[in-house]
Design a protein around this ligand. Structure first.
Ligand code: ADP
Length: 465
């Protein structure tokens, strides 16, 4: 269009004018040949007609040229611009451009189009942002997410689908080809039939997975379904461990309590009359009450350490703590004819640690060494080896059977239950030690031979920060 239209129109006008002029000229010629018109008159009339027609055609050409130019400038060019703008919108490109057009109606239309373009552009940008946001939320979730249409065909799935289920969420594939577990299939089928939404747990590659399906709906219209699959193996393991711990604790608490209750009732039932028996029973009640107290103390200590987030604290010097523990347990050692000695080969200082916790480690390990040694020796030493800080405790006691070694740090694990109970053990001592040592990034090495003795080495890195 545009200016290209002007020339053909003018050419057509001139062609029509020429046809008109030649037919008129031929008419005059015919009349003159037939003698109806004098030749001179015919030539004059013909020439006049040519002048007039040429003049009119020139005038008409100028007017038509002017009209067409105006029409093109005011309507065709703005329309062309608006068409270009609209096709740019369609491609998602938007360039704000309000032009000035002479016709008010065209100007109004252009402004409306521009305004619409701007709104559209803003709406598209908002939608794109929301889409990107939703996509990054979904891809960063730990859960596998699968989106289905109303008939159960996959429309989308995040990358966790592969890691949890082992298959790809392929678009337009039925979800039942991806999820074939007999526990999951009926839940999906029920949802697709519109009979309700359930959840279930199923096993996949030794993982416990939680499956849930829900609707994607608005104003009672269902647009499809959303499936979420979560790995709950750790949660279930923790639950089992917690359950085990609670039942162990209850059992451990019940034992001294039953004993206290039994002796108290026997005293009430008449034993109190016999002073000697009564004193023995009261002694037992006292021992059991102390055991109960120790047990509760140990449980509280364990839960406190487990909930510690970082290793706050100051510098802890091992030597004074070891000396303090040795003097506290010296009497027990002497009673059992156990020689207790300590050698500070190197000064051992732990940074960012709690004095109470380190004292607890030393206390639990030295008391164990004395507890499980009859007539022998317990040697404690501190030294630095290849930059690592070592607290070593060696005894010549009963030792630990090889098959028990991997378990001795478990809560309430005892090699010999009755010996541990008799010597006042709670079965939590080494568990507490392990938690504290790990809190300060340390490790424990054990060497033990039955009836020969055990060596425990607590090794801390150069820096435990
Ligand atoms: P307990 O209160 O029974 O001593 P611990 O958690 O301190 O509980 O220790 C767990 C078990 O490890 C003990 O019951 C005991 O069988 C074994 N054990 C710990 N230290 C020693 C040791 N020095 N020599 C032999 N056995 C030990």
């Amino acid at each position: 269009m545009k200016k290209k239209i002007i020339l053909p129109v003018i050419v057509v006008i001139w062609v029509l004018a020429l046809i008109y002029m030649s037919s008129c000229y031929l008419g005059y010629e015919e009349l003159s040949l037939r003698g109806l018109l004098n030749t001179d008159t015919a030539i004059r009339m013909g020439t006049q007609m040519i002048y007039k027609t040429t003049g009119i055609t020139i005038m008409a050409s100028i007017i038509i040229y002017w009209i067409l130019r105006k029409f093109i400038q005011d309507i065709i060019v703005p329309m062309q611009n608006m068409t270009d703008e609209a096709s740019a919108f369609a491609k998602g490109e938007y360039v704000h451009q309000v032009k000035n057009y002479s016709m008010p109606e065209v100007q109004q239309l252009a402004s409306a189009l521009d305004d619409m373009g701007e709104r559209l552009h803003r709406a598209i940008r908002k939608l794109q942002y929301q889409k990107t946001k939703a996509e990054s939320i979904v891809s960063n979730l730990n859960e596998a997410i699968i989106i289905l249409d109303e008939e159960g065909y996959i429309t989308e799935g995040n990358k966790q689908v592969k890691s949890l289920i082992g298959g790809e969420a392929i678009r337009n594939q039925s979800v039942l080809t991806l999820m074939r577990d007999p526990k999951v299939v009926p839940v999906i089928e029920k949802a697709i039939r519109g009979e309700g939404y359930d959840s279930c747990e199923f096993l996949k590659n030794e993982q416990i997975l939680h499956f849930r399906i829900g609707p994607i709906s608005k104003d009672d219209k269902n647009y499809g379904f959303i499936i979420s699959i979560r790995d709950i193996t750790q949660t279930r393991q923790l639950e089992a461990m917690r359950y085990q711990f609670v039942s162990n604790v209850s059992h451990e608490l019940k034992t001294p309590l039953t004993s206290i209750q039994g002796f108290a009732e026997t005293l009430k039932g008449g034993a109190i009359e016999n002073k000697e028996v009564a004193l023995r029973f009261i002694d037992i009640i006292d021992i059991e009450a102390k055991r109960l107290y120790r047990l509760i103390q140990d449980i509280l200590c364990l839960s406190e350490i487990e909930n510690m987030e970082n290793n706050q604290g100051g510098m802890v010097h091992f030597t004074p703590l070891i000396e303090e523990v040795c003097s506290m347990l010296g009497q027990d050692a002497r009673e059992k004819q156990v020689v207790l000695n300590f050698e500070e080969k190197d000064v051992l200082i732990l940074e960012h640690a709690s004095t109470d916790y380190i004292k607890q480690v030393i206390m639990n390990m030295v008391s164990n060494a004395i507890k499980y040694t009859d007539k022998g020796q317990v040697s404690i030493s501190t030294y630095v080896e290849e930059g690592k800080k070592v607290f070593c405790i060696e005894d010549t006691g009963i030792g630990i059977p090889q098959d028990s070694l991997p378990h001795i740090f478990e809560r309430f694990y005892r090699v010999d239950k009755s010996r541990s109970r008799k010597s006042g053990g709670t079965g939590l001592g080494l568990s507490i030690v392990k938690h504290i040592v790990e809190l300060y990034k340390g490790t424990i090495e054990i060497k033990s031979m039955e009836n020969e003795g055990s060596t425990f080495k607590v090794i801390f890195p150069e820096s435990n920060k």
